[in-house]
Design a protein around this ligand. Structure first.
Ligand code: F6P
Length: 320
């Protein structure tokens, strides 16, 4: 293999730039030509492909977002769009592709591989940590740390006013951001899509805690676990205590990547190029028990993510 390309797709995640850098520098170190595709599959379909060099990724390792840009591309489900993408790669003489993104990105990778025989390596890059085959995705650690910063700020003001705070965080259908931020931030209540919760119980527990002299409580709500305004209104009504809602939104998607995300980015990017060099079949790269692993794309879509119930129980015990 002489010429490869890299793209980022789906929601951006901190560490994507560090990962592109790892791919580019590893490729150059192995005398491969390396190209960047702009705006993910949407750009690939349009042939938005440019040559990258070592300096293209200078001063990138610490930056959030993705300098190659990203996009959601529902049209990529169509064979015609995939064909255009395959044609664009072939026009540039590109034989292998590294894609960085979440489950939608991996679906596109599998389609390109299955339908057009392109060698594609998938690197998990999403703040959601919602891919079952890997312990962590690039971006998750940074997002949780950013949420922790928000929790600390909220604690200051909520405590001063004796208020209950409901902080909504992202994660789509996955509660990992809420769970990890909840544990690390000492939240009293963590509401996730994976575990049913009882708002009457929560309201009554908040009321009791006030009677014991605890005047401020923090609820972390994963976006997939319910409507923040309805939940807050219900708990306020039942407990008689003021509940203030904060939707943290896109702030948690940006920012300089943490050490953890940068190191995963480096290890995954290096592995992706190594696999392409070895003419491996198309694979998804991940991490299990701190070892870099690879799995076929088929297994990625079949695997069902296990929610960490033990950690959830710990969160509950520690919040008493
Ligand atoms: O997948 C990352 C994520 O931020 C999810 O947590 C969230 O549900 C979604 O993307 C938001 O998507 P968009 O950027 O298209 O609004």
């Amino acid at each position: 293999m002489k010429r490869i390309a890299v793209l980022t797709s789906g929601g951006d995640a901190p560490g994507m730039n560090a990962c592109i850098r790892a791919v580019v520098r590893t490729a150059l170190n192995n005398n491969l030509d390396i190209y960047g595709v702009e705006r993910g599959y949407a750009g690939l379909v349009k042939g938005e492909i440019t040559r990258l060099g070592s300096r293209s990724v200078s001063d990138m390792i610490h930056k959030g977002g993705t300098f190659l840009k990203t996009a959601r591309c529902p049209e990529f489900k169509d064979l015609e769009a995939q064909k255009q993408a395959a044609d664009a790669l072939s026009a540039f003489g590109i034989e292998g592709l590294v894609v960085i993104g979440g489950d939608g990105t991996f679906r596109g990778a599998k389609d390109l591989s299955d339908n057009f025989g392109i060698k594609v390596m998938g690197i998990p890059g999403t703040i959601d940590n919602d891919l079952a085959y890997t312990d962590y995705t690039v971006g998750f650690d940074t997002a949780v740390n950013t949420v922790l910063w928000a929790i600390s700020n909220l604690r200051d003001t909520m405590h001063s006013h004796d208020r209950v705070c409901l902080l909504e965080v992202m994660g789509r259908h996955c509660g990992d951001i809420a769970l990890y931020a909840g544990v690390a931030g000492g939240a009293e209540y963590v509401l996730v899509p994976e575990i049913p919760y009882d708002l009457d119980e929560i309201a009554s527990s908040i009321k009791k805690s006030y009677m014991r002299g605890k005047t401020s409580n923090m609820m972390i709500l994963a976006e997939g676990a319910g409507n923040r305004d309805e939940i807050a209104a219900y708990v306020q009504e039942k407990s008689g205590i003021n509940v203030k809602v904060t939707n943290f939104g896109y702030i948690q998607r940006g920012g300089s990547p943490s050490m953890v995300d940068r190191v995963y980015a480096a290890r995954f990017g290096y592995k992706a190029v190594e696999l392409l060099m070895n003419d491996s079949e198309s694979l998804a790269i991940g991490i299990k028990d701190n070892k870099v692993i690879t799995v076929p794309f088929d297994e990625v879509s079949k695997a069902h993510k296990n929610f960490d119930k033990k950690l959830y129980n710990i969160a509950q015990i520690l919040s008493l």
